[in-house]
Design a protein around this ligand. Structure first.
Ligand code: ZN
Length: 483
């Protein structure tokens, strides 16, 4: 609490960002009724739309071409009258047409999203907007019982590394900030033993990591019989699969709270009471639209569309972020009034389309691999419409069938059934995958030592080789999510 009352305002003052008053307001408003939150959203949306139309050439051009104006927004449903904005259009408009004419450019903080394929998206926000973003982030952490000042291990991509990379100064920095920054890449290569020893030595209370990274660490600690109980694990940055959650919670003896965000927006967080995500409604509007661009009924899956109510320097209005998900009706049992996101099913680019036109989202396959013991990681690579290469990185337990086959395993990552050997295990895996593909494509299964990580140190379950544009750009520098 000391850190919360003293350190947080201090950080805010040093950075010129008023975090604390916004955080206090957010801690109140999360308990408001949905109706009251919706009224706040409408108010903020109308102000934002007026601003975007008057100051941002991109929106004036798009909305004029579409025959809509800010005054057409009379209720929240009217948001759907505005055109959708895709990444390519926004990237082409950046910076001159995407930035507000009246923004003081000397006050801007630059960001780049790592993007799961191709070019990263560059974007900016003012220091004040960054402060608001932090406040939203801190409120989300608080839902998981995590506060500024707790000892935290942050296992993400390179940007989150501290100022000092090694030696006594690095240790001093870690002690002062109570934050151990580790590279997600190191978890997946020869530095894993060092990562494990650093983690254990630091004694974190909470860990922030990509789901794939946290899962890999959970498996590594289980194998080494190392106990590291935590208060919470907060995952973000890629899809959290049920098998990963199960293994992470089992190893670290704590709940996993998944956090969803994108392009500078802190969108939603799991409070842990239900499985749904609380949308940060004061700062973002989440819509889910179908293939026709129209909002789909609550509960139905579609493309996630985000509107950032706090971004005035570079507005994001009806931005198609590239994820598939669904909204949920009703209220969480925790009592918060914030609207709910039911789930995120992955990147919309994370789906395999078969020659018949049938699409399979990676969710189907992760479930197959989850039930298979000894699979450390996998990747499906579509090399032709009717040909899929499946890379499997086997661990020591590969060769066993799943225990309680067909049921959900409950004993963590090593719930083993009968030992059948490598060939029979591969055959079992093949059968399971073919049940999904149903003869529409040939499956080549290859055992590999490890699977290279994608941009930003994230694991990719699916790669469409036909859409790959060669080597990825070097990991962009993003304005770290952590103070
Ligand atoms: Zn809740």
């Amino acid at each position: 609490m000391f850190l919360r009352r003293v350190a947080l305002p201090l950080i805010g003052r040093l950075q010129g960002m008023p975090v604390s008053p916004t955080l206090r307001a957010l801690e109140q408003s999360q308990w408001w009724s949905l109706e009251r939150l919706r009224a706040l959203q409408l108010d903020r949306l109308r102000r934002l739309a007026d601003h975007a139309y008057a100051q941002v050439p991109l929106y004036r051009r798009l909305w004029d071409a579409h025959g809509v104006q800010p005054q057409d927004i009379r209720c929240l449903d009217d948001l759907a009258r505005l055109p959708l904005l895709d990444k390519a259009t926004l990237r082409a408009a950046y910076p001159d047409s995407a930035l507000a004419a009246n923004v003081d450019r000397s006050q801007l903080v630059r960001y780049a999203s790592s993007g799961s394929t191709g070019e990263p998206l560059q974007f900016v926000m003012t220091r004040a907007e960054k402060g608001q973003r932090w406040a939203v982030m801190f409120r989300s952490w608080a839902m998981a019982g995590v506060y500024q000042g707790m000892r935290a291990a942050n296992v993400k991509d390179g940007h989150a590394l501290g100022v000092f990379r090694s030696g006594p100064l690095q240790r001093l920095e870690q002690q002062a900030t109570r934050m151990l920054n580790l590279s997600a890449y190191a978890v997946h290569d020869h530095r894993l033993d060092q990562v494990v020893s650093d983690l254990v030595g630091f004694r974190p209370e909470v860990m922030f990591a990509y789901p794939g990274t946290a899962y890999h660490l959970a498996v590594a600690l289980t194998e080494r019989r190392v106990e590291l109980p935590l208060h919470a694990v907060i995952t973000s940055g890629e899809m959290l699969h049920p098998f990963q959650r199960q293994a992470i919670e089992h190893q670290f003896h704590c709940p996993v709270h998944d956090y969803y965000g994108g392009e500078g927006m802190d969108v939603a967080m799991q409070c842990g009471v239900g499985s749904t995500y609380h949308i940060n409604a004061e700062s973002v509007i989440v819509e889910v639209v179908g293939a026709d661009g129209q909002p789909v009924p609550t509960g139905q899956e579609g493309s996630i569309v985000l509107t950032n109510l706090h971004a005035y320097a570079m507005p994001f209005i009806r931005y198609v972020v590239g994820d598939v998900g669904a909204l949920a009706a009703g209220q969480c049992a925790c009592g918060r009034g914030l609207p709910l996101l039911d789930h995120v099913a992955g990147r919309s680019s994370d789906q395999l389309t078969l020659p018949s036109g049938r699409s399979l989202i990676m969710w189907y396959f992760t479930d197959v691999f989850r039930q298979m013991p000894g699979v450390e990681s996998f990747q499906m690579r579509q090399v032709a419409p009717d040909r899929i290469v499946v890379l499997v990185a086997p661990g020591p337990a590969f060769g066993y069938l799943p225990a309680n086959e067909g049921q959900r395993a409950t004993g963590g990552p090593h719930d083993l059934g009968a030992f059948v050997g490598l060939d029979a295990a591969l055959q079992f895996l093949r059968q399971r995958l073919e049940e999904q593909v149903r003869g529409e494509a040939a499956l080549d299964i290859a055992l590999v030592e490890s699977i290279p990580l994608g941009p930003g140190g994230k694991h990719r379950f699916f790669v469409d080789e036909r859409k790959e544009t060669g080597f990825f750009p070097k990991n962009p520098v993003s304005g770290g999510a952590f103070p």
